[in-house]
Write a protein that binds this ligand. Sequence first.
Ligand code: RP5
Length: 167
Amino acid sequence: MSQPFVAIVMGSDSDLPVMENSFAILRSFGIPFEARITSAHRTPEVTKDYVKDADARGCAVFIAAAGMAAHLAGAVSAATVKPVIGVPMNASMDGLDALLSTVQMPAGIPVATVAIGKAGAKNAAYLAAQILSVADPSMSDKLRDERAANAEQIAAKDATLQASLKG
Ligand code: RP5
């Protein structure tokens, strides 16, 4: 059986610089992914066809990023029963419009919504890794290692702060 992959869709190329943060995290975990620019409003048929096709080819998790009236993650969720993670983009109104459009899904069509912008793009990839880790113990190990490394970095930063306060 082929390795499960993550499918990332974003509404515009203007979302790409932020979503490259997802690419980097997925690469760091060795998770195969695809990325497409397709829009719930501008290319609705392409979006639906891509989701159906990716689903049939073994996509395990979808990540959908959009700004403004951000219906992309909801449109993806309507076309699949795989987990869908929504990343609100800050294209207007500090991203609050996209956050509400992404998170306020009607019951039965869920979107796991992460933070607006860069932190959300990173957490979407971490969350996808965590979903994959349910069936892949080696992914759990990688996630634990990553968290331990993060904790060490924070401890080192604190040590630097403490040293500077004494000096
Ligand atoms: C959304 O509209 C896109 O996801 C993007 O965040 C926003 C603006 O798109 P562009 O006008 O930059 O193409 O659909």
